[in-house]
Design a protein around this ligand. Structure first.
Ligand code: NDP
Ligand code: 8X3
Length: 253
């Protein structure tokens, strides 16, 4: 028997990368899927490949109205969401803080923080009422380890981490679990988005090393979700074997 049979999972950012892989893996485990993203064709193409029933929601997680109205009008067979994978997110640019675009910063905050909060707040009451659920948030190693140009991106992921921990504090004693999954370098469309469509620059990020794949992260998400109900994986950090840490950077004069 499939471990997630009878469960409904909603994945944001299911049109690409980690979200698409998570949707696929959760479906392979037997869950019904709600697929969320802005690119409608990609959602439908994924839906057609899933082994379980699915429902597509074309929406922008930055819009509180779109999030609330779409989730309030889910078809009855998809209305009780058990697993929420808050994956939609992006990094934009790598400029130092004094040169970075404020519009890019706002877009990251609106998507990675506010969008995630809107989704969570809308679905959490049902999970608590049914005493069954799991919120999986896609954080990042950038939440913990600073790097030049990571400024607001890393800060949004630090928000994701602390929000996850505080959710866990509020939900203690319920059967609603919370996990912050923190990947290092994963080859997806992430760098293409970060460098605004510059494929050459994006490709260089993964040159000469073996990055994680989206499926590696989906494996981790499925593992967290399929632990016995008494087990809550609070935080899980995953890096490629080829990624590591740098020394402190001392500027000598
Ligand atoms: P991709 O660019 O491949 O996928 C991002 C997904 O987010 C797309 O499906 C996109 O869908 C969706 N998305 C972005 N903005 C919105 C929005 N406003 N509303 C709805 N959906 C949106 O990147 P990844 O798969 O790599 O990224 C997924 C998550 O993993 C992100 O939160 C990222 O920060 C995190 N992460 C990625 C790492 C990496 O190295 N790749 C490492 C650590 C964390 P659409 O454009 O169709 O709306
Ligand atoms: C994405 C990974 O290292 O580019 O979260 O910030 S990194």
């Amino acid at each position: 028997m499939n471990t997630l049979q009878g469960w409904t999972a909603l994945v944001t950012g299911a049109t690409s990368g980690i979200g698409e892989a998570c949707a696929f893996s959760l479906s392979q485990e037997g869950a019904r899927l709600i697929l969320v993203g802005r690119r409608e064709e990609r959602l439908h193409s994924l839906a057609a490949r899933l082994p379980t029933p699915s429902h597509c929601l074309v929406l922008d997680v930055r819009s509180r109205e779109e999030v609330e109205s779409s989730l309030a009008s889910l078809p009855p067979e998809f209305a009780d969401v058990d697993v929420l994978v808050n994956n939609a997110g992006l990094g934009l640019g790598l400029s130092p803080a004094h040169e970075a675009s404020l519009e890019d910063w706002e877009l990251m905050i609106d998507t990675n923080c506010k969008g995630l909060v809107y989704m969570t707040r809308a679905l959490l009451p049902g999970m608590v009422r049914r005493d069954r659920g799991h919120v999986v948030n896609l954080g990042s190693v950038a939440a913990t380890y600073p790097y030049p140009g990571g400024n607001v991106y890393g800060a949004t992921k630090a928000f994701v981490h602390q929000f996850s921990q505080n959710l866990k504090a509020d939900l203690a004693g319920t059967r609603v679990r919370v996990t912050d999954v923190q990947p290092g370098m994963v080859e997806t469309e992430f760098s293409l988005v970060r460098f605004k469509g510059d494929a050459e620059r994006a490709g260089k990020v993964y040159e000469g090393m073996e990055p994680l794949t989206a499926a590696d992260i989906a494996d981790v998400v499925v593992w967290c979700v399929t632990r016995p109900p008494r087990v809550n994986i609070n935080v899980i950090e995953v890096m490629p074997a080829d990624q590591g840490f740098g020394p402190f950077n001392v500027k000598r004069r």
